[in-house]
Design a protein around this ligand. Sequence first.
Ligand code: NAP
Length: 333
Amino acid sequence: MAGFVQCGCFGSFLCLLGGVTALYYMLKWSWRIWQGFKVYVVSSVYPADVREYGQWAVVTGSTAGIGRAYAIELARRGLDIVLISRSQEKLRRVADEIESRYRRQTRVIQADFTKGHSIYPVIAEQLKSLKIGILVNNVGMNYAGTLVNFLDVSDPEKRITEVINCNILSVTQMSRMILPQMVGRGEGLIINISSEAGSQPQPMLTLYSATKVFVSYFSQCLHAEYQPRGVTVQCVTPFMVSTNMTHNIKVNPLVKSAESFARDALNTVGYSSFTSGCITHALQHIALAIFFPAWLRLSPFCVRCVQRFAQEIKQQIEEKMSQCQKKQEDRYM
Ligand SMILES: NC(=O)c1ccc[n+]([C@@H]2O[C@H](COP(=O)([O-])OP(=O)(O)OC[C@H]3O[C@@H](n4cnc5c(N)ncnc54)[C@H](OP(=O)(O)O)[C@@H]3O)[C@@H](O)[C@H]2O)c1
């Protein structure tokens, strides 16, 4: 009898524990689904008016891919645009497109973000008279055009400095430069383009993945510090977007075009300070976190598989890279 009573108590305890756990997960997932619905669905119906942040938007790395798409989308939404990239010719083309299609003002600044500290006083001088409402820290580069081990690039010493300057220093220095005027006015928006590769450690993309973690942490901390003073810092962590960086991979339900990504991601402004940018990338992020967690990615077995895969696609990627290069050269002949 005593055993039965004991067993009954234990059973009730297990039932209670099960009930509480089920309730916890039900509430957690309901909350996440509601948040996702708000950020990716409601936002597309009621997007924030980005003109409220100020007249000008500055976009780094803005002559191609995601940066160009952000610049054009921001112009479409009524902002004047400062474009910053390396090639004067490409800058002029995007500026002309914005001026003729959207009747917005533009400024172009030629700068190479791999060059380190020397470029920032020059950029600051050219921005000093502008009321900048939005800064998009988009510029970024991969360590190699494909998946590689850390030492398997030519001249790693130079490449490491270039990647760190381009992916980390640019975000910190551009924010340092523009944040004071935003804080002074009590309004402003900084959008930092990180990557899904920064959400979890990614061997074979080691340096790129590590620089993107920096961007994510930097953005979240800066947002916590400056949101009370009127400045929003949004971190965007895209999955695959069809651009030069991804060798213009075909657009499909999982891979976004740069234009549609920038449109969706800009809709999330005011709804989330940390976002995948669009619903399909958010779903891929959740699926990957569940089915391909960090411990599995970092396991020797998985690293060997990725190395083998990288070897298999090496030739294909090299061909794609030379095709992309040729296409770009033809476009700017
Ligand atoms: N594509 C993706 O799937 C993906 C996914 C996650 C995150 N991201 C991130 O999104 C951002 C944009 O990527 P993307 O795919 O659009 O790249 P992309 O197609 O290679 O375009 C890069 C842009 O940056 C400029 N740029 C490159 N190096 C530069 C430098 N050293 N100094 C100044 N400008 C430079 C390029 O113009 P010039 O050649 O004229 O200088 C171009 O306008 C990056 O931060 C990347 O890490 C991309």
